[in-house]
Design a protein around this ligand. Sequence first.
Ligand code: ZN
Length: 250
Amino acid sequence: MNVFETEAIILNCKDHGESDRLIAFYGEIAGRLKGIAKGARRSKKRFVHTFEPCSLVRLTYRARKGLVWIEACSLLEPHLGLRADLKRWGYAALVSEIVLEMVPEGESQPELFALLKDTLDQLVITMDPLNVVLLFLLRFLHVMGYLPSLERCEVCHRPLKSSNYWWWHVSQGVLACSEHHPTDVDRLRLDLGTLVLIHQTRSFSLTKIWRLRISQHRKVPLLNALLDWVREHIKKDLRSLRLLDQLQSA
Ligand SMILES: [Zn+2]
Protein backbone atom coordinates (compact mmCIF):
# COMPACT_ATOMS: atom_id res chain seq x y z
CA MET A 1 0.00 0.00 0.00
CA ASN A 2 1.30 3.43 -0.92
CA VAL A 3 1.91 6.01 1.78
CA PHE A 4 1.44 9.70 0.97
CA GLU A 5 2.22 12.89 2.83
CA THR A 6 0.41 16.08 1.93
CA GLU A 7 -0.82 19.41 3.19
CA ALA A 8 -4.58 19.35 3.52
CA ILE A 9 -7.57 21.36 4.67
CA ILE A 10 -10.00 19.52 6.95
CA LEU A 11 -13.52 19.82 5.47
CA ASN A 12 -15.36 17.92 8.17
CA CYS A 13 -14.93 15.34 10.89
CA LYS A 14 -17.42 12.81 12.26
CA ASP A 15 -17.24 10.25 15.04
CA HIS A 16 -17.24 6.69 13.77
CA GLY A 17 -17.94 3.77 16.07
CA GLU A 18 -16.54 3.91 19.57
CA SER A 19 -13.02 4.97 18.82
CA ASP A 20 -12.54 6.21 15.25
CA ARG A 21 -13.18 9.37 13.29
CA LEU A 22 -14.15 9.85 9.65
CA ILE A 23 -12.38 12.81 8.08
CA ALA A 24 -13.18 14.58 4.82
CA PHE A 25 -10.26 16.67 3.58
CA TYR A 26 -8.94 18.49 0.54
CA GLY A 27 -5.31 17.51 -0.04
CA GLU A 28 -2.75 19.35 -2.13
CA ILE A 29 -1.62 16.24 -4.01
CA ALA A 30 -4.79 14.19 -4.39
CA GLY A 31 -7.74 16.58 -4.07
CA ARG A 32 -10.83 15.72 -2.05
CA LEU A 33 -10.64 12.46 -0.10
CA LYS A 34 -12.27 10.72 2.84
CA GLY A 35 -10.26 8.90 5.44
CA ILE A 36 -10.54 7.04 8.66
CA ALA A 37 -8.40 7.88 11.69
CA LYS A 38 -8.31 4.70 13.75
CA GLY A 39 -8.44 5.25 17.48
CA ALA A 40 -8.64 9.05 17.09
CA ARG A 41 -11.43 9.33 19.68
CA ARG A 42 -9.38 7.43 22.25
CA SER A 43 -5.79 8.40 21.61
CA LYS A 44 -5.45 12.08 22.44
CA LYS A 45 -1.72 11.85 21.83
CA ARG A 46 -1.71 10.82 18.18
CA PHE A 47 -4.18 13.34 16.79
CA VAL A 48 -4.34 16.29 19.18
CA HIS A 49 -6.96 18.82 17.96
CA THR A 50 -5.91 18.28 14.38
CA PHE A 51 -9.25 17.37 12.81
CA GLU A 52 -11.10 20.62 13.48
CA PRO A 53 -12.85 21.79 10.28
CA CYS A 54 -10.99 24.53 8.35
CA SER A 55 -7.62 23.62 9.88
CA LEU A 56 -4.58 23.36 7.63
CA VAL A 57 -2.72 20.17 8.50
CA ARG A 58 0.03 17.87 7.28
CA LEU A 59 -1.43 14.40 6.75
CA THR A 60 0.19 11.04 6.27
CA TYR A 61 -2.14 8.42 4.85
CA ARG A 62 -2.20 5.03 3.20
CA ALA A 63 -4.14 4.79 -0.03
CA ARG A 64 -6.76 2.04 -0.04
CA LYS A 65 -9.90 1.37 -2.00
CA GLY A 66 -12.60 3.70 -0.68
CA LEU A 67 -11.52 5.34 2.58
CA VAL A 68 -7.85 6.20 2.96
CA TRP A 69 -6.16 5.26 6.21
CA ILE A 70 -4.89 8.28 8.15
CA GLU A 71 -1.67 7.43 9.94
CA ALA A 72 -0.56 10.81 11.25
CA CYS A 73 -1.74 14.38 11.28
CA SER A 74 -0.03 17.53 12.50
CA LEU A 75 -1.54 20.98 12.78
CA LEU A 76 -0.02 23.74 10.61
CA GLU A 77 -2.63 26.52 10.92
CA PRO A 78 -5.82 26.22 12.99
CA HIS A 79 -7.43 29.43 11.58
CA LEU A 80 -8.50 30.27 15.12
CA GLY A 81 -9.79 33.68 14.02
CA LEU A 82 -12.68 31.91 12.29
CA ARG A 83 -13.83 30.26 15.49
CA ALA A 84 -13.91 33.54 17.36
CA ASP A 85 -16.47 35.13 15.02
CA LEU A 86 -19.75 33.39 14.09
CA LYS A 87 -20.15 35.18 10.79
CA ARG A 88 -16.65 34.32 9.56
CA TRP A 89 -17.17 30.79 10.81
CA GLY A 90 -20.47 30.53 8.92
CA TYR A 91 -18.85 31.69 5.68
CA ALA A 92 -15.90 29.30 6.16
CA ALA A 93 -18.37 26.43 6.73
CA LEU A 94 -20.20 27.43 3.54
CA VAL A 95 -16.96 27.38 1.52
CA SER A 96 -16.03 23.94 2.95
CA GLU A 97 -19.50 22.54 2.23
CA ILE A 98 -19.46 23.75 -1.38
CA VAL A 99 -16.06 22.09 -1.95
CA LEU A 100 -17.31 18.92 -0.27
CA GLU A 101 -20.47 18.78 -2.40
CA MET A 102 -19.18 19.96 -5.76
CA VAL A 103 -15.64 18.66 -6.21
CA PRO A 104 -15.38 15.05 -7.43
CA GLU A 105 -13.46 12.72 -5.11
CA GLY A 106 -9.80 11.96 -5.79
CA GLU A 107 -9.11 14.46 -8.59
CA SER A 108 -5.90 16.37 -8.07
CA GLN A 109 -6.34 20.12 -8.61
CA PRO A 110 -3.53 22.02 -6.84
CA GLU A 111 -5.11 25.33 -7.92
CA LEU A 112 -8.26 24.50 -5.93
CA PHE A 113 -6.17 23.63 -2.88
CA ALA A 114 -4.40 26.99 -3.11
CA LEU A 115 -7.74 28.78 -3.55
CA LEU A 116 -9.29 27.06 -0.53
CA LYS A 117 -6.25 27.73 1.65
CA ASP A 118 -6.10 31.41 0.60
CA THR A 119 -9.85 31.85 1.11
CA LEU A 120 -9.64 30.60 4.72
CA ASP A 121 -6.59 32.84 5.37
CA GLN A 122 -8.49 35.81 3.92
CA LEU A 123 -11.63 35.05 5.95
CA VAL A 124 -9.52 35.36 9.12
CA ILE A 125 -8.06 38.79 8.28
CA THR A 126 -10.68 40.51 6.10
CA MET A 127 -13.05 43.24 7.25
CA ASP A 128 -15.53 42.03 4.60
CA PRO A 129 -16.05 38.24 4.68
CA LEU A 130 -18.93 38.39 2.18
CA ASN A 131 -16.63 39.96 -0.42
CA VAL A 132 -14.10 37.13 0.15
CA VAL A 133 -16.79 34.44 -0.22
CA LEU A 134 -18.00 35.96 -3.50
CA LEU A 135 -14.46 36.13 -4.91
CA PHE A 136 -13.97 32.49 -3.83
CA LEU A 137 -17.22 31.41 -5.50
CA LEU A 138 -16.50 33.16 -8.80
CA ARG A 139 -12.96 31.77 -9.00
CA PHE A 140 -14.11 28.32 -7.86
CA LEU A 141 -16.88 28.10 -10.49
CA HIS A 142 -14.36 29.21 -13.12
CA VAL A 143 -11.75 26.60 -12.10
CA MET A 144 -14.48 23.94 -12.09
CA GLY A 145 -15.47 25.00 -15.61
CA TYR A 146 -18.98 26.16 -14.65
CA LEU A 147 -18.72 29.89 -15.31
CA PRO A 148 -19.96 30.85 -18.79
CA SER A 149 -17.85 33.20 -20.92
CA LEU A 150 -19.99 36.31 -20.13
CA GLU A 151 -18.44 38.20 -23.03
CA ARG A 152 -21.39 39.08 -25.26
CA CYS A 153 -25.15 38.92 -25.60
CA GLU A 154 -26.15 35.33 -26.29
CA VAL A 155 -28.77 36.51 -28.83
CA CYS A 156 -27.34 39.48 -30.80
CA HIS A 157 -23.63 38.91 -29.94
CA ARG A 158 -23.21 42.56 -29.02
CA PRO A 159 -19.93 42.84 -27.04
CA LEU A 160 -19.79 43.61 -23.34
CA LYS A 161 -18.46 47.15 -23.71
CA SER A 162 -21.45 48.24 -25.84
CA SER A 163 -23.86 48.41 -22.91
CA ASN A 164 -23.77 49.50 -19.27
CA TYR A 165 -26.38 47.03 -18.05
CA TRP A 166 -26.70 43.29 -18.58
CA TRP A 167 -28.85 40.37 -17.49
CA TRP A 168 -27.33 37.08 -16.36
CA HIS A 169 -29.54 34.01 -16.18
CA VAL A 170 -27.16 32.18 -13.84
CA SER A 171 -28.56 28.63 -13.92
CA GLN A 172 -28.75 28.62 -17.73
CA GLY A 173 -25.33 30.24 -18.09
CA VAL A 174 -26.77 32.87 -20.41
CA LEU A 175 -25.88 36.56 -20.60
CA ALA A 176 -28.20 38.91 -22.49
CA CYS A 177 -28.37 42.61 -23.28
CA SER A 178 -31.34 44.75 -22.18
CA GLU A 179 -33.11 44.13 -25.48
CA HIS A 180 -32.82 40.37 -25.39
CA HIS A 181 -33.08 39.26 -21.80
CA PRO A 182 -35.85 36.73 -21.13
CA THR A 183 -38.54 38.17 -18.86
CA ASP A 184 -40.05 34.90 -17.66
CA VAL A 185 -37.04 33.51 -15.75
CA ASP A 186 -34.98 34.48 -12.73
CA ARG A 187 -32.07 36.58 -13.79
CA LEU A 188 -29.58 38.90 -12.24
CA ARG A 189 -29.14 42.48 -13.38
CA LEU A 190 -25.46 43.44 -13.49
CA ASP A 191 -23.64 46.60 -14.42
CA LEU A 192 -20.64 46.58 -16.73
CA GLY A 193 -18.26 47.26 -13.82
CA THR A 194 -19.33 44.11 -11.98
CA LEU A 195 -18.99 42.02 -15.15
CA VAL A 196 -15.47 43.37 -15.69
CA LEU A 197 -14.69 42.43 -12.07
CA ILE A 198 -16.05 38.90 -12.65
CA HIS A 199 -13.64 38.58 -15.59
CA GLN A 200 -10.81 39.73 -13.33
CA THR A 201 -11.65 37.04 -10.74
CA ARG A 202 -10.66 34.46 -13.34
CA SER A 203 -7.75 36.15 -15.07
CA PHE A 204 -5.92 37.64 -12.05
CA SER A 205 -3.32 35.63 -10.15
CA LEU A 206 -4.61 34.17 -6.90
CA THR A 207 -2.59 36.64 -4.83
CA LYS A 208 -4.19 39.59 -6.65
CA ILE A 209 -7.88 38.69 -6.65
CA TRP A 210 -8.38 39.55 -2.96
CA ARG A 211 -7.90 43.22 -3.79
CA LEU A 212 -11.09 43.22 -5.88
CA ARG A 213 -14.10 44.88 -4.25
CA ILE A 214 -17.65 44.09 -5.30
CA SER A 215 -20.09 47.03 -4.96
CA GLN A 216 -21.91 46.92 -1.65
CA HIS A 217 -25.44 46.72 -3.11
CA ARG A 218 -24.50 43.98 -5.62
CA LYS A 219 -23.09 41.53 -3.07
CA VAL A 220 -26.24 39.95 -1.65
CA PRO A 221 -28.09 39.53 -5.02
CA LEU A 222 -24.92 38.04 -6.55
CA LEU A 223 -24.43 35.64 -3.62
CA ASN A 224 -28.08 34.54 -3.73
CA ALA A 225 -27.96 33.92 -7.48
CA LEU A 226 -24.72 31.90 -7.26
CA LEU A 227 -25.96 29.86 -4.28
CA ASP A 228 -29.30 29.15 -5.98
CA TRP A 229 -27.33 27.77 -8.89
CA VAL A 230 -25.09 25.67 -6.57
CA ARG A 231 -28.17 24.20 -4.84
CA GLU A 232 -29.80 23.44 -8.15
CA HIS A 233 -26.60 21.74 -9.29
CA ILE A 234 -26.09 19.55 -6.18
CA LYS A 235 -29.86 19.01 -5.87
CA LYS A 236 -29.97 19.69 -2.15
CA ASP A 237 -29.81 22.44 0.41
CA LEU A 238 -26.60 23.77 1.92
CA ARG A 239 -26.68 23.08 5.65
CA SER A 240 -24.22 25.85 6.49
CA LEU A 241 -26.68 28.45 5.16
CA ARG A 242 -28.93 27.85 8.18
CA LEU A 243 -26.36 29.40 10.51
CA LEU A 244 -25.86 32.36 8.17
CA ASP A 245 -29.64 32.85 7.85
CA GLN A 246 -30.00 32.79 11.65
CA LEU A 247 -27.26 35.42 11.97
CA GLN A 248 -28.91 37.57 9.33
CA SER A 249 -32.30 37.53 11.06
CA ALA A 250 -30.82 38.06 14.55
ZN1 ZN B 1 -28.73 41.32 -27.37
